[in-house]
Ligand binder design. Sequence first.
Ligand SMILES: C[S@@+](CC[C@H](N)C(=O)[O-])C[C@H]1O[C@@H](n2cnc3c(N)ncnc32)[C@H](O)[C@@H]1O
Length: 491
Amino acid sequence: MSDATLKSFLDWFHKNGGSVDATSVGFKTFPESEGGRGAVALKDISEGHVLFTIPRSLTLSTRTSSLPSRFGVDAWQNMKLNQGWTGLILCMMWETAQGTSSKWAGYSDTLPIHFDTPMFWNEADLTELNGTCVVEKLGREEAEQSYTEKLLPAIRTRPDLFPLEQAEYYSLANYHLMGSRILSRSFNVEKWESEEEENENSKDSTNRRADGMDVDSSDGPERAEENGDEESHHIEVEEEDDEDDSSDTAMVPMADLLNAKYESENAKLFDDENELRMISTKPIKAGEQIWNTYGDLPNSELLRRYGHVDLLPLPNGGLGNPGDVIEIRADIAVSITVQQHPSLTSDSVQERVDWWLEEGGDDVFVLESDLELPEPLISLVRLLLLKQSEWETAKGKGKPPKPKVDADSLSIIHDVLQTRLKSYPTTLQEDEVKVSGAISTNTKNAIVVRMGEKRILNDTLIKIREIQAKGNSKKRKGAGVDSGAQKRSRK
Ligand SMILES: C[S@@+](CC[C@H](N)C(=O)[O-])C[C@H]1O[C@@H](n2cnc3c(N)ncnc32)[C@H](O)[C@@H]1O
């Protein structure tokens, strides 16, 4: 953002009731690896200091834009614009089309028009992500389906609101752009209690879905720790969930200028009846960057949502993201179990898998950098290995087996991880060579993501082999396997 754009944004912000403690907070461009444009402490700031405030009315959501009421709340709901992000995307497109008469004209100019997220990568760059958790989560087809099936029919019904000569604002490219702006910059701003009551009384229940970086309702930063609520910027493309309220998803001018880095948060957004307040959650030294949090996400998610990766020194050397994870689909565990135990009949396996899923069992297991085996994975493998009578008992009690590894389940889990590792076209060693060469940023980021995932797989495999070796030597001495390598379910 040029100095002139920043100045006109600040003018707009102040004119519309926003306030910044200009003696404490400045804006500058940091190196790309530190987030580029962001906020800086101009002097030592103590914990609990209000850095800036944003009136609720200045946030941009389906609640604050006048489009839903002009469109008609019933029609809005009938066209399912109250579900997922399509409604907010349409509001953002419409506000942009209003030009300077939009309340948010002074804000729109600060928003990115280009993204480095894989959603916009070419095929060659996307190939670099093969095997990683990113590939299946891009959601391009789902987004395009919402554009075709929800947005286009909606704008066609109201040429008075969306005149043909403004069609360029409602293009598919703009749909993706607005979606990416929401994905990387929105916050989850819940209604204030009195607002909720008012709406309940007036039966105005518009949108259902929630996304975005959470805002803590509280009188001060202490609540952030109490809540332990770090779900920031979590948004799934067009995932619809009746539990959530999509009208909570809001673009929050000024707050979205803050960058984030793994476990570096020193400021967080809190809400009040009429305004949102960015408050320091730690003392910040003059010259330091003011960091918000995006939830200390793994690099796969940072890249997918924000287009960057975190690189910090790792405990065992090298650089990476300590928050990395690797996801393993349950069907790999099922097929390896069957391979190792060919006597299992496909009917019996299918019956147990169906039961597992009906009972709410996971279909994806998550390994973290602590290398502990996920309890649900152990439990599923042991379920498949139960004798018929044991299976009948487990089913009768409605309880899957305890997640305690034995030699059989450990051997299966070892091969599951090895199979998962083979789904990457390259080895960790090959990646280490390639990442230090002259390559594009997209390729580099993709390699960083897959290296983080492979490190967890490799290290867990080493740990399993050590446990197996110990188990074998114990067996020789007459004792069984006792691993201590398993992890409790996070549920
Ligand atoms: C909420 S915005 C933060 C403000 C942004 N830097 C700007 O200029 O508008 C999120 C975007 O900032 C960038 N960003 C934030 N933290 C970063 C980091 N630690 N490293 C690199 N880029 C970062 C990414 O491009 C991300 O999509």
